[in-house]
Design a protein around this ligand. Structure first.
Ligand SMILES: [Zn+2]
Length: 139
């Protein structure tokens, strides 16, 4: 029987070398090995924004230019909207909640998931500008 840990390991193996790997694991977009964040758990809110300056593995600078991660706000808007729409579909159509409860569920979902939305948005943003480099990864 397939358990969650084995399934996660399989998925990570399949997406290794793609931008999805860096986006979902928070690793360096160039080598997929060094961590971008000082703290891997996004729910430790005091450290949520703290990032390494450079990749510990390949030395790539994460903050490409001053205020680089401000652009992640635009991505965050898109990710938040996608989650709100998905929550609406689940709550309104599948669970059959009325409009007011659906609205409440959307607010709760966005509040609870905000650390993940923030991290995922930053990861997507940096992956727009930096690409995986197999040569650097194998060094
Ligand atoms: Zn790296």
């Amino acid at each position: 029987m397939l358990n969650f840990a084995a399934l996660k390991k399989l998925i990570m193996k399949l997406i290794k070398g793609t931008k999805l790997y860096s986006i979902f694991t928070g690793t360096c977009p160039v080598c997929h090995q060094g961590d971008m964040y000082l703290e891997n758990n996004p729910y430790k809110l005091s450290k949520i924004m703290k990032m390494h300056d450079n990749c510990s593995n390949c030395g790539k600078k994460f903050k490409i230019e001053p205020s680089f991660f401000f652009g992640a706000m635009y991505v965050s808007y898109g990710v938040g909207t996608a989650i709100a729409i998905a929550t609406f579909i689940i709550a309104y159509f599948f669970l059959g909640l009325d409009r007011n409860y659906t609205f409440l569920v959307i607010i709760i979902a966005l509040s609870v998931l905000f650390p993940y939305i923030l991290r995922i948005s930053r990861n997507i943003w940096i992956n727009i500008f930096l690409d995986y480099d197999k040569k650097i990864a194998e060094q």
